[in-house]
Ligand binder design. Structure first.
Ligand SMILES: [Zn+2]
Length: 303
């Protein structure tokens, strides 16, 4: 044994180094990178998920899926698409507001993935909840210095309507006013069906919010769907799409949209990235008797 090492010192300290916060793969000629903004442990999933169900019913489904019955970890996964001519970021995480809770890690993980925020040329916002728009501004400074922006007109109009004042949506409206409004002049406000660039097209997926949109990404015959917040828990929202979700503005429409979107990805066998799916947030929906099963992607993109 070398002189400097005693038997008690030889024990290996446990490493607290973090799991890598990005996953990269190719889709046709596009390069896709999912980036982890952070993980947020807490109580749940009931009553946030399955608010119209008994606690025991939700707990039973969690148990059947080898998940804790009263604890839940939510994840947040913005997506970077390099088309070869544009570097497009979909959603921006919590930004500076999340850092004290270990969130707001998008910038750090983007750098770990080989990019810097000033290289982003377009930022697309799927909808305007705080966990998606928080990184747009660092205080008074844009988080992505050289980007232009794309967001839904319906979504923007909803959150900037003075009618939100004095309602439960007032906080969200304040967030939009701080994070999105300062960038409005550099923003192209689109309607569902409009394209961001060639190969990237929006589709209405209303319910979670009034203007929530998903995005089809297609390159060289390959297809993937960014489902954003259509489903927010990989078991509760996918296996039981009709269970109400507290985060959905219109709960009935949210459920109908979940069924429509995942019926499409399941039938067409198209992979999807969901913002709140277990990181790296890429997988498939398999149709079941009721609902869908989330099948995480493994090496499908590597062959
Ligand atoms: Zn979200």
């Amino acid at each position: 044994m070398p002189q400097f090492m005693t038997s008690t010192e030889a024990a290996v300290p446990q490493s607290d180094a973090k799991t890598p916060g990005f996953k990269r793969f190719k889709l046709g000629d596009f390069e896709i990178t999912t980036l982890l903004d952070g993980l947020r442990p807490g109580d749940g999933p009931h009553p946030t998920f399955g608010a119209n169900q008994k606690q025991e019913t939700v707990a039973e489904l969690m148990k059947a899926n080898f998940l804790p019955e009263t604890k839940f970890v939510n994840g947040f996964a913005p997506v970077l698409v390099n088309t070869g001519s544009e570097l497009i970021l979909f959603d921006t995480g919590f930004g500076d507001a999340g850092r004290e809770n270990g969130l707001g890690q998008l910038e750090a993980n983007m750098k770990a993935a080989g990019y810097t925020p000033d290289q982003v040329t377009i930022v697309v916002i799927t909808h305007m909840h705080g966990d998606h728009i928080g990184g747009l501004m660092n205080g008074q400074t844009p988080g992505f210095a050289n980007a232009r922006y794309v967001a839904g007109q319906i979504e923007y109009d909803h959150w900037t309507d003075p009618a939100r004042t004095g309602t439960p949506a007032e906080n969200g409206a304040k967030g939009v006013s701080a994070k999105v409004k300062p960038l409005a002049e550099k923003t192209t406000f689109i309607k569902a069906g409009d394209s961001v660039v060639s190969g990237i097209t929006s589709e209405a997926a209303y319910g979670h919010t009034p203007g929530h949109m998903i995005f089809h990404i297609e390159s060289a015959g390959k297809h993937l769907v960014l489902t954003a917040d259509t489903a927010n828990h990989y078991v509760a929202s996918l296996q039981r799409p009709e269970w109400e979700i507290a985060f959905d503005t219109d709960k009935t429409m949210g459920a109908a949209t979940r069924k429509k979107v995942f019926d499409m990805t399941a039938t067409d066998r198209v992979p999807f990235i969901g913002y709140h799916m277990p990181f790296p947030a890429v997988g498939y929906a398999e149709k079941q008797d009721i609902g869908y099963r989330f099948v995480p992607a493994t090496y499908q993109f590597d062959v």
